[in-house]
Ligand binder design. Structure first.
Ligand SMILES: [Ca+2]
Ligand SMILES: [Ca+2]
Ligand SMILES: [Ca+2]
Ligand SMILES: [Ca+2]
Length: 282
């Protein structure tokens, strides 16, 4: 885009001679330095008009509002972008790519793919696709719940995907819901933080395999939340999977976490669960 601006400068000086005041107004052309590009707002079309549309935002902190249309693709590219994916059934098959920078991708559709790529990205999920018992289309690989095959829901379809990519990426939930990671963890990768956000959310299922699926090779998953949130962990009995560990304080934020670990063979994973969250042991 054309980055030049007109800048009007008004200079006022007081003459020492008799207190005379002189004012000068002059137009100045300012060349914006390379790399400082104003952000764009891009609105993609709805319905048939918007089907298969592709938008690439380029440099700058851009906002892309995807339409309620099928098979759209949005690329934030460089800098810190916000991509609002379409909602409703008409928004099926959409793809969002954050590109470089710390991007925010708001997800409320079905059969979607969201890629944070480089940078520390945030994925906001407000859709009910994550609710326990509504996440159909899974392979049933974990076989833990045995619920998958019985699910009537087809919201979180097998193709849906959230990939944080490089960087410290966060998955946040803004609706009150029960979250069954056993049913959706196959579709999430390279995530470092789960933020249960505002309102009451409960994680009803979380296994070692789920954490291996969702995290990068560090296999550490932090879970933030508040006193209205809860997480069910299997810590007792012969089939116990989780061991409650030490408390630690984040030196930067002062927030406190309890470390919870699980191991099987060569695989060890660590949860860092905010001490504000209620842990329900079973
Ligand atoms: Ca951009
Ligand atoms: Ca970006
Ligand atoms: Ca990322
Ligand atoms: Ca990541």
């Amino acid at each position: 885009m054309d980055s030049d601006f007109n800048l009007n400068v008004t200079a006022t000086s007081t003459e020492s001679n008799g207190g005379v005041t002189a004012t000068t107004t002059q137009g100045v052309i300012v060349d914006v330095a390379d790399g400082v590009v104003a952000g764009d707002t891009i609105n993609m079309a709805d319905g048939k008009d918007g089907k298969d549309d592709v938008e690439k935002a380029g440099e700058g902190n851009d906002t892309i509002n995807m339409g309620n249309a099928k098979d759209q693709k949005a690329y934030g590219e460089a800098d810190d972008d916000t991509i609002n994916m379409g909602d409703g059934k008409s928004a099926k098959g959409q793809e969002a790519h954050g590109g470089d920078g710390d991007d925010t991708i708001n997800i409320d559709g079905k059969d979607f793919a969201a890629y944070g790529e480089a940078g520390d990205d945030t994925f906001n999920v407000s859709s009910n696709d994550f609710e326990a018992g509504k996440s159909g289309g899974k392979s049933g690989k974990s076989g833990k719940s045995g619920k998958d095959d019985q699910n009537e829901g087809e919201d979180f379809e097998g193709d849906s995907l959230i990939d944080g990519g490089e960087g410290l990426d966060t998955l946040t939930f803004s609706n009150e819901m029960e979250i069954d990671f056993g049913a959706i963890s196959d579709n999430i990768s390279n995530m470092e933080v789960i933020d249960l956000g505002e309102g009451a959310q409960s994680i009803t299922s979380l296994s070692l395999d789920d954490v291996l699926n969702m995290t990068d090779t560090d296999d550490i998953l932090r879970i933030d939340g508040d006193a209205s949130d809860s997480i069910d962990l299997n810590t007792t009995g012969k089939d116990a999977e989780w061991t409650l560990g030490d408390f630690k304080t984040d030196a930067e934020t002062g927030a406190t976490y309890q470390e919870v670990t699980s191991g099987e063979g060569d695989a060890t994973v660590t949860l860092e669960i905010s001490t504000d969250i209620n842990i329900t042991e079973s």
